[in-house]
Design a protein around this ligand. Sequence first.
Ligand code: ATP
Length: 241
Amino acid sequence: MDDALVLKDVCKTYGDREAVRDVSFSVRPGEIFGLIGPNGAGKSTTLRMICTILRVTAGTITVCGHDVMKEGEEVRRCISYLPEDAGAYKELTGRAYLKFMARFFASEQNFDRMMETGLRIADLGDRIDSKVSTYSKGMMRRLLIARAIMPEPKLAVMDEITSGLDVMNAYEIRELVRKVAAEGVTVLISSHNMFEVESLCNRVGMIDEGRLILCGTPAELKEQFGAQNLEQVFIKAVKEA
Ligand code: ATP
């Protein structure tokens, strides 16, 4: 099967600032791939180019065989993007929010199916009928992930999925992402949390100062650096870069 996502020599400049430099990696269907790197490394810029929000300065990105610069519409049909700072309309209930979003994405024929998927993934019990303004951060994240997954994207791109969540909520969100991937969705996440990436991702790419300095499975990277965990790999790799 073709790769779900392929980046080849991708560059992005903002004025004369090179935010992303010659980044190449690919993500296989059904994989959970994690992008890690320090603040300002270029992770969000990379995710936004993949999702057609930012133009690519040089290089190519294909999503499910479609070029992001030439076939933006087809790409947007295959993906769903959840930014770190995403929110939902606070005056709506969770159910009304999902309905509102389903009206954007669904045809008349698949509206019910989309709602069913959204409600199942949100799994908020009777709180689905409470206003979003009363939700905890963990509940909000579940609702937003449900919104992102209910159109059944081939590739779900999620920025910092557990930032600001407590241990239990972060654990539940990771379980949810595993479940979504097991149902066949390819997942690309960015994270600062090495433990999270190590336990969740099949493969990992490390970005530093806009360059991809490492890519592999957590086990491969740990072996390569004689490290016990990804945090040690990261520190050694950044020092050597
Ligand atoms: P963080 O982990 O802090 O979210 P990041 O790895 O996602 O960081 P980016 O947000 O992609 O990093 O930023 C990469 C670089 O590009 C940084 O130097 C940032 O200041 C710069 N940058 C990002 N957006 C813009 C913009 N709109 N205009 C100019 N420079 C930008």
